[in-house]
Design a protein around this ligand. Structure first.
Ligand SMILES: [Fe+2]
Length: 232
């Protein structure tokens, strides 16, 4: 079967090998890639049953526990779009992030920042008929990592998108405007400018809700000339 979910090869996408991002040196393929034909399992399913498989939306990550999550409450919204700026409905967006102090709920995250008993950092939303999605969370903190001396990840939210089939899965990270750490971050900088800016959300006062939360806009373009950079 011919591949029906081809990705475009363009400069906007990060390379598999980016030496400044140290773990790519060991993980990037050293030999030419072998193309594995997509099978019917990957291209046809499991359409229209993500909610059955994963459960319904988890659109408010600040209210998953008895108390309110700590930190700056934010609303993130935008559209999932195809290469012709046409809305893409029924896309499952899985969300994971550190808490406001920059700490993940994860066994391997043990740097001395506090966990928040009222914040797990995991959410899930599905784009509507207009391709729109929206979720409420807290702004994640920056966190240190071992890539190089004094390395800190800029504040970011991880996103995984799933369309009608497993072969459509795309993974990216959303950053925040005016974060000085973006310029220093080898993961963000694996994508050259101006493409890197496509991973940076935009503050929007009309998304912001009075006395509740700051609002950020982030459209996700799946492919084409305006494609959002996705992790290889
Ligand atoms: Fe992260």
């Amino acid at each position: 079967m011919a591949d029906i979910y081809n990705r475009e090869d363009e400069k906007a996408q990060p390379p598999t090998l980016f030496p400044a991002y140290a773990s790519t040196v060991r993980r990037a393929p050293a030999q030419a890639l072998i193309r594995i034909p997509q099978t019917i399992t990957e291209t046809s399913g499991p359409a229209d049953c993500w909610e059955d498989l994963m459960g319904g939306a988890m659109a408010d990550m600040t209210k998953q526990h008895a108390g309110e999550a700590l930190g700056q409450r934010i609303i993130v919204t935008g559209r999932v779009l195809d290469e012709n700026a046409k809305p893409v409905p029924n896309t499952v967006i899985e969300i994971w992030q550190a808490n406001a102090a920059g700490r993940y709920v994860h066994a391997r995250d043990d740097w001395p920042a506090p966990l928040d008993p009222n914040f797990t950092g995991v959410g899930r939303v599905i784009s509507d008929a207009q391709g729109r999605y929206r979720y409420v969370t807290v702004r994640p903190g920056a966190y240190p990592w071992g890539n190089h001396h004094n390395a800190w990840r800029p504040a970011h939210i991880h996103l995984s998108l799933l369309g009608p089939a497993f072969a459509t899965r795309l993974v990216t990270q959303m950053y925040f405007p005016d974060d000085p750490l973006i310029d220093l971050d080898p993961i963000a900088n694996a994508v050259p400018m101006p493409y890197r800016d496509r991973m940076v959300s935009r503050f929007d006062i009309s998304v912001t809700e009075p006395n509740f939360a700051l609002g950020y806009l982030f459209d996700i373009v799946l492919r084409g000339r305006h494609a959002t950079p996705m992790e290889p």
